[in-house]
Design a protein around this ligand. Structure first.
Ligand code: ATR
Length: 279
């Protein structure tokens, strides 16, 4: 194992992370000598940890909550996506310098290409939520050429701040506009945490939303959120959040381990088995 490359995911807490399952699945599938581990790093220790990657023999890794913004401020080089999103989820060493990228927008778009390819024809989209995750989605939609992006958020100021970072095609709204905007948009995306913790209903009447509309969630636990359940019951095209998790891992794996991996039904099932086992 002298040449084995080492990767990681760091966060605080980190126990819930499924990234090791994904990367270790690919390492095994492609017969690559390497490892990928979970590391719990407290916020105060993050910068020191970043400075010790080479010494610890890491080629790079993933960054998750709560370190994504701190990573954005700490690395020596940022890719375009990280710059636009203001957060880093992938680190790698290149010429002895620490680079940071963001693969969330890529993962979101690649998953929709797979699951609901007609999403790309949407002229108008509604994004529910204005937290950190929403920013990556808005960036992905702009990159995909979607002309009108409506952000809906309970705290309107957060939606306004997010919209103003992206220019005139992105507008901010309160929930009072949700129904009308959803009925006139081709793509609806939930980035709120509504339904993650229990049985809350998503505050939208799906019955009056056009069947051709595409709906996507970025949450994968539970897999069928109240938002997706509403979309599915009313015959909309939909995609759950697990695909985004799998696809966002692709560029990091390729960078660290030198092989572009594939997102397959078997990999998806591997993670689903774990989610099922841990409910
Ligand atoms: P993340 O960084 O993962 O996006 P976050 O910053 O906590 O997480 O954002 C969660 C999103 O879910 C926010 O848009 C939040 O709305 P507020 O900005 O108004 O807090 C939204 N959210 C959470 N609970 C909600 C609820 N009960 N009703 C409506 N929106 C909710």
């Amino acid at each position: 194992m002298a040449n084995a490359k080492k990767g990681f995911v760091c966060g605080h807490p980190i126990n819930h992370s499924r990234s090791p399952l994904i990367h270790n699945y690919w390492l095994k599938a492609y017969g690559i000598e390497g490892s990928y581990e979970k590391i719990d790093i407290a916020p105060d220790d993050f910068i020191k940890f970043c400075g010790s990657l080479a010494e610890q023999g890491f080629v790079g890794g993933n960054v998750t909550i709560p370190h994504k913004e701190l990573a954005f401020r700490s690395v020596e080089h940022l890719d375009d996506a990280a710059m636009a999103i203001g957060a880093v989820n992938t680190l790698w060493l290149e010429n002895d310098k620490l680079h940071g990228g963001n693969t969330d927008a890529y993962g979101f778009a690649a998953n929709l290409d797979d699951q609901i390819p007609q999403w790309i024809n949407a002229e108008s989209a509604v994004v529910f939520g204005a937290g950190g995750a929403s920013r990556a989605i808005v960036y992905a939609l702009i990159e995909a050429g979607i002309k009108k992006i409506n952000i809906i958020n309970r705290t309107i100021e957060r939606a306004q701040t997010l919209a103003s970072a992206f220019g005139p095609n992105v507008t901010a709204h309160g929930w009072d506009a949700a129904q009308e905007l959803s009925e006139t948009s081709e793509l609806l995306i939930n980035t709120t945490s509504l339904g993650m913790t229990g049985d809350a209903l998503f505050p939208l009447n799906f019955k009056t939303i056009r069947r051709e509309t595409c709906a996507a969630d970025i949450v994968y636990f539970p897999l069928m959120t109240p938002f997706l359940t509403g979309a599915a019951e009313n015959g909309l095209n939909y995609s759950d959040g697990l695909g985004m998790l799998l696809h966002q891992a692709v560029p990091g794996f390729e960078r660290w381990f030198g092989h572009r991996p594939e997102v397959t039904p078997a990999l998806r099932q591997h993670i689903l088995d774990d989610i099922g086992a841990n409910t």
